[in-house]
Unconditional design. Structure first.
Length: 262
């Protein structure tokens, strides 16, 4: 690696929603700092086929965690929508003076541990070969060409312990990448302006308090983001910022929720 990057995760639910001004801001930041952009794919996958919007497309494990039901066909569909998404991001950043290269996590960058095998299905806990696993290891040597003016766009697929490609949570993959590259910050761009606790926006919160809320109040995507935030801080990242604003606004703490080690 040639420099410490800024790591940003852009949620699949907001890829179509962020404005040209958001991309202007990201490119301006990226011209001054190496950039790793980790993307989600939830909305593009739902556009590809109606079946990805059905409740049966999501599984819940015995601990209450949700995950996309991932088969080999789903992996191929993720690759299809990610390729199209990649072309769009490359074009957006190129016209703003930032070059971009795609990195598929399963090409040696991201290794996953064995995933959960017991899932609720038709009101029963059954064993399902779901191609999903948590990040076990990042190989930073795969992140070449880190330099100002250049973006590495990461598709967070991974290689499982049996050598098969698996789906891994994009927020948690971004957390692992931030830790592995020594990034001082992790920015999670989503469709909400702040973390809400008891309906009120939280501007700053410690990792301990965020973990307590994660386990006793947070739901859905925010629960995963708070888990990712805790993992990033445990890996040495200095702070995690969650919000829907331009990256420079979030990093300047003018908006969003900042999660700190203590």
């Amino acid at each position: 690696m040639s420099a410490v990057p800024t790591v940003v995760k852009l949620g699949g639910s907001v890829l179509d929603e962020v404005s040209a001004l958001w991309w202007d801001d990201l490119a301006r930041h990226g011209r001054a700092h190496p950039l790793i952009l980790v993307h989600g794919w939830s909305k593009p996958l739902k556009r590809l086929s109606p079946r990805y919007s059905e409740p049966s497309a999501v599984l819940r494990d015995r601990f209450g965690n949700q995950s996309r039901w991932t088969t080999p066909q789903v992996i191929e569909d993720i690759k299809t929508v990610s390729a199209a998404l990649g072309r769009d991001v490359v074009a957006r950043l190129a016209e703003r003076g930032v070059t971009t290269e795609r990195v598929i996590g399963s090409d040696g960058l991201i290794e996953a541990a064995q995933g959960e095998r017991w899932w609720w299905h038709r009101k029963q806990l059954v064993e399902i070969d779901n191609l999903v696993g948590p990040v076990a290891r990042i190989d930073p040597a795969r992140l070449k060409n880190l330099a100002p003016g250049h973006c590495l766009l990461v598709t967070p697929l991974a290689l499982g312990p049996d050598g098969r490609e698996v789906n891994t949570d994009a927020d948690r993959a971004a957390a692992a990448l931030a830790g592995a590259t020594g990034a001082p910050d992790l920015t999670l761009v989503t469709d909400v302006t702040h973390l809400l606790v008891d309906g009120r926006p939280v501007h700053r919160i410690t990792a301990e308090a965020a973990a307590a809320f994660r386990d006793n109040g947070a739901t859905g995507g925010m629960r995963k983001k708070l888990r990712a935030a805790g993992e990033a801080l445990d890996r040495g990242v200095g702070r995690v910022v969650i919000g829907s604003a331009p990256v420079s606004e979030l990093l300047a703490e003018r908006t969003g929720t900042v999660i700190t080690p203590g």
